[in-house]
Structures are given as structure tokens and as C-alpha cells.
Design a protein around this ligand. Structure first.
Ligand code: C2O
Length: 350
């Protein structure tokens, strides 16, 4: 059997929030109706296909538009499910397990299992459409931060507190010491990583990418994470796929402000999505799913329990819908594609 949509009307305190903030609440507004199943419409000629491009290639025009979209989102009343607060709370709700699985006492956790990739893909799908709707521009898309390429290992300029003229794309809760154009994302970051020269870090990064997408990710289970079925608990790192561990978790940790409780924003689940850079980080991970699939021999799960696993999201109309993990596997059906960019680590056999 598959994991059902969470029981949204019974919302608990988040699990795993630092002691200093234990009363943080992040429950979504409860709709007065039964959320209907949303399946991506069958694509037809003339449909708009959004192209997600690299964050580093964004020009001023794009950046000011993205900033405007986020400002509009931040201005929506906090109880509006499309507001920035509520968008960020989605992450806390699903990742600090405030809901139970329907008909079960097990909490619903979207990490550390095969739910990780489809959950975040749907999350970005609706987030992007809400931004586009606020702008009144159907072609508007998110960008992805391709820190796996040596030319873009620094925080993308538009999101950088040091470089960006756009407050709406920044947060005060980021590690300021890494926010400069010559910084090198540490894709294997951990609390005791020593400072390294750029060249050493770049070759570590290639190793991380090669291991997480090729060497250690030959099966769907290795790449996506362990299966999660109703009533099962999957709250530890043990169930996570290769990319979720690195570079996903590591980049989160690298970005968080080390002197704020829990390494906010990016270093802790409940606060991570308060940083607009979260969405560019996750677009990158979403793109890495496509990259993994494009490598010969890599095959996605063929398992009804995966395909039918469900999530709930508010769409761009502010209406709650139910979606299935299996419907997320084709980005073109979801109306977007990624710009094709170089992946030099593919040749960097460790
Ligand atoms: Cu839901 Cu980057 O984690």
C-alpha cells in the first residue's frame, strides 16, 4: 500500500525544532473541502514550457522580476496559503513532521526516503506557479544554482546579501563568511571540515557528484532513498538517497548561519525555506534527478506504492489539491525543462 496524503486537520507541534524555539507552529490553513486529486494535464501543442536556467546566468531584468515576485509573496496576508510565510511553513510541516499519515499514528516526514524527490518537485512546482501568477507571467520560472560546476560555486549574485540589490531575495540568516564571489561551495561540508584551498575543494566536489550520481547510485533505492509504506517510520538519515545526503544536506549546512540556533535559515528543516535561495538549491536537486535519469542504466522505481504516494499542496489559485509522487516523474508533463549545462564531474572518476 502507498503512503496517503497527510491528515491536515490534525496538526501537531513540529518535531526536531531546537529547544529555544520549541513553540514554533507551522500548520497549513485547513480547507473546508476535501482536496481533489490533481493530475498534470496531458501536454498539447502550444503549451507554454518554462525553462529553468542557471541562477548565475540571471540578468538584471530577471533578478528584478524574481525580487518583485517574492516581494508580492511576502506582502500577502500571513494566512494566505500562497504567502511567503506559508510557503516556507510547508517545509516545516512536512519535514518536522507536524502531520500524521492518514489512518496512522506515524508522522508524515518527506525526507529520508523515496518521498524526498517527488515531494520537493511538487513543492517547487506550485511555488513557481504562485510566483508566476503574482507576476501575471505564465512563462516565469525559477532558476537553479548549479554549484556542481566550478564556475558557479559561490552564492548566486542575485541572492547574495553582499552583492544583491534585492532584499526580497536575501536573508540575514546565512553564513556571511562564505558570501563572496570567490567562495567555493563545500559539497561535502560538515561541522569539522577544515578550510581547504579552492582546488582541493573543487576536486572534492567532483568526487561528491560522481559518487552521489554515478558510483553509489546505480539503483533507484540508492538514488531516491528507501521505500516508505504506510505506518512505517523513516525519520533517520539511514533511509536517505545519495543526493539527499550530499550535496543536499551538506549545502544546507554550509549556508546556514553558524551562530544562530539550529544554523538558520538553511541549516535546519523548519526554517530552511525562509531563505529564497532554498528554492534555487532545490531546483538544482530537482535538475540532478533529470541528470541521474539521463545516465544509461538508471531506472526509476516501478512500484505502485511509490507512484501512488500522496502529498497536499495549495496551488496558485489558493486551492488545496492532492498530488501523487508518480505524476512528478516527467518535468515536461509538469510544463518545464532545465537548461542544459555542463557537468564536468561526470568525467572525474575518483
Ligand atoms: Cu526538504 Cu532541502 O530539504
Amino acid at each position: 500500500a502507498n503512503v496517503l496524503a497527510p491528515n491536515i486537520s490534525a496538526c501537531n507541534e513540529p518535531i526536531g525544532v531546537p529547544y529555544a524555539e520549541e513553540h514554533y507552529r507551522c500548520c497549513a490553513p485547513v480547507p473546508s473541502y476535501e482536496p481533489q486529486l490533481f493530475r498534470p494535464p496531458v501536454p498539447s501543442a502550444g503549451d507554454i514550457i518554462r525553462v529553468r536556467r542557471t541562477s548565475h546566468s540571471a540578468d538584471d531584468k530577471y533578478a528584478s522580476k524574481l525580487a518583485r515576485a517574492y516581494s508580492l509573496m511576502k506582502e500577502l496576508p500571513a494566512e494566505d496559503p500562497r504567502s511567503f510565510v506559508q510557503q516556507a511553513n510547508i517545509h516545516c510541516a512536512y519535514c518536522n513532521s507536524v502531520y500524521s499519515q492518514m489512518n496512522s499514528s506515524e508522522r508524515f516526514q518527506a525526507h529520508h526516503s523515496w518521498l524526498f524527490f517527488p515531494f520537493h518537485r511538487w513543492y517547487l512546482y506550485f511555488h513557481e506557479r504562485i510566483l508566476a501568477k503574482l507576476l501575471g507571467d505564465d512563462t516565469f520560472s525559477l532558476t537553479f544554482w548549479n554549484y556542481d560546476h566550478p564556475n558557479s560555486t559561490d552564492i548566486p549574485w542575485l541572492y547574495s546579501a553582499a552583492l544583491s540589490p534585492y532584499f526580497a531575495l536575501c536573508t540575514a540568516l546565512r553564513d556571511a563568511s562564505i558570501d563572496h564571489p570567490s567562495s567555493t561551495a563545500a559539497l561535502d561540508y560538515s561541522i569539522d571540515t577544515d578550510a581547504r584551498s579552492r582546488n582541493v575543494q573543487l576536486s572534492e566536489n567532483d568526487n561528491v557528484m560522481y559518487r552521489s550520481l554515478i558510483r553509489d547510485a546505480t539503483t533507484a533505492e540508492e538514488f531516491f532513498g528507501f521505500p516508505l509504506r504506510p505506518g512505517e517510520t523513516q525519520m533517520s538519515q539511514m533511509g536517505a538517497g545519495t543526493v539527499e545526503l550530499k550535496p543536499h544536506n551538506t549545502v544546507h549546512g554550509w549556508l546556514g548561519n553558524k551562530s544562530s540556533v539550529g544554523w538558520k535559515d538553511m541549516g535546519t528543516f523548519y526554517a530552511a525555506a525562509n531563505d529564497p535561495l532554498f528554492y534555487a538549491h532545490h531546483a538544482q536537486l530537482d535538475r540532478l534527478w533529470e541528470v541521474w535519469k539521463s545516465i544509461p542504466g538508471h531506472v526509476e522505481f516501478d512500484d505502485a506504492d511509490y507512484a501512488n504516494a500522496e502529498f497536499l499542496f495549495y496551488n496558485e489559485e489558493g486551492e488545496m489539491v492532492r498530488v501523487k509522487a508518480g505524476d512528478a516523474s516527467n518535468t515536461t508533463k509538469l510544463g518545464y525543462v532545465y537548461e542544459d549545462v555542463e557537468t564536468p564531474w561526470m568525467e572525474a572518476v575518483p
